[in-house]
Design a protein. Structure first.
Length: 327
């Protein structure tokens, strides 16, 4: 990611039921950068040193500098996420064998929002990460992870990618990480056309449902070009008296808890193959192709379970989730 640049996106269109029919072919064409950029680019050969007293450490022989220590008792942290399909790093240019029927597919999108990021201490205490307000990938307590780069089969998103979450925490030792997949309720039902980045992406907002797609991970089979659309968001939302939304029957916000790890040195793998393990990517059980978070769609319950979401009421079941893992 190039620093000092602020993203501007398309105003979102009013989306209707036609969204599902074009989800694998409609893209977001506005890109504030001239070329592809990434916050997960490889560093140099050397290792960067750590920082202290608010100053970042020096970079190694071509390597990045370390996180700076906070003069106010806080320390800067950088959490790493990587898109995967099983053992393979996700790429828009590759095909993958995935799902219940071992279908060969191409992914056309792979983006997700997370929020309420916390580091965990040995005694179980959770310490919130105060996210850097970078004007692009992070806003308030929400971060966008974007693994697609608008190349190959990915024509829905943008050239920029992001696999990092940056912020500050009180100095100390941590042995775990927690966060939620989704957008918090108070930000989920605003106007995406005037929202701050990264909440201003037309392709990650449901106009018909007045809320964000927490996860968009679409694929199409190589044989037969069968789409499998995967859009997870809150459903059963109730209009408020003065406009907006007052509540949602099914929040569909997943809670992720990873323990026994060094969260500052361990890469979190976001595994599409693990998510669709019990889904047939080459067939549709009826209704929309894939899962648009409709609890009555037979394609949805296996995906909810793998995400750690109760298929009956949309509540979080972190002990079930298999989408996020570490090695």
């Amino acid at each position: 990611m190039k620093s000092g640049l602020r993203a501007t996106r398309h105003l979102f269109p009013l989306l209707g039921a036609a969204l599902a029919l074009v989800a694998c072919s409609s893209g977001e064409t506005v890109n504030p950068h001239d070329g592809a950029s990434s916050s997960t680019g490889a560093g140099g050969d050397g290792d960067g040193g750590g920082g202290s007293d608010g100053v970042g450490g020096g970079g190694g022989d071509g390597g990045a500098g370390g996180n700076g220590g906070g003069g106010d008792g806080t320390t800067a942290v950088e959490l790493q996420f990587e898109g995967r399909v099983g053992d393979e790093v996700f790429s828009c240019s590759e095909t993958y064998t995935a799902g219940l029927a071992a279908t060969e597919v191409r992914l056309t999108d792979f983006r997700l929002y997370i929020h309420d990021v916390r580091l965990r201490r040995a005694d179980g205490e959770e310490v919130p990460v105060a996210l850097d307000q970078d004007g692009l990938w992070q806003y308030q307590n929400v971060a966008l992870l974007d693994f697609e780069d608008k190349s190959g089969s990915c024509d829905n998103g943008t050239q920029q990618t992001n696999g990092l979450v940056r912020g500050k925490v009180p100095a100390g030792e941590y042995d775990g990480l927690s966060f939620k997949l989704g957008v918090p309720f108070e930000l989920n039902h605003g106007d995406a056309s005037v929202a701050e980045s990264p909440l201003n992406l037309a392709g990650l907002f449901w106009g018909w449902n007045a809320g964000y797609k927490f996860l968009r991970s679409d694929s199409v089979s190589v044989e037969g070009e069968v789409p499998f659309i995967l859009h997870i968001g809150s459903t059963g939302c109730i209009p408020g008296e003065n406009g907006g939304v007052s509540a949602c029957d099914r929040p569909n916000v997943a809670e992720v808890v990873l323990t026994g790890i060094d969260p500052l040195a361990t890469k979190v793998l976001v595994d599409y193959a693990a998510l669709v393990q019990d889904s047939d990517l080459g067939a549709n059980t009826g209704g929309q192709p894939g899962c648009m978070s409709d609890p009555a769609d037979e394609d949805c319950p296996p995906l909810f379970i793998r995400l750690g979401i109760d298929p009956d009421d949309g509540s979080a079941r972190p002990d079930q989730q298999a989408f996020f893992r570490v090695e």
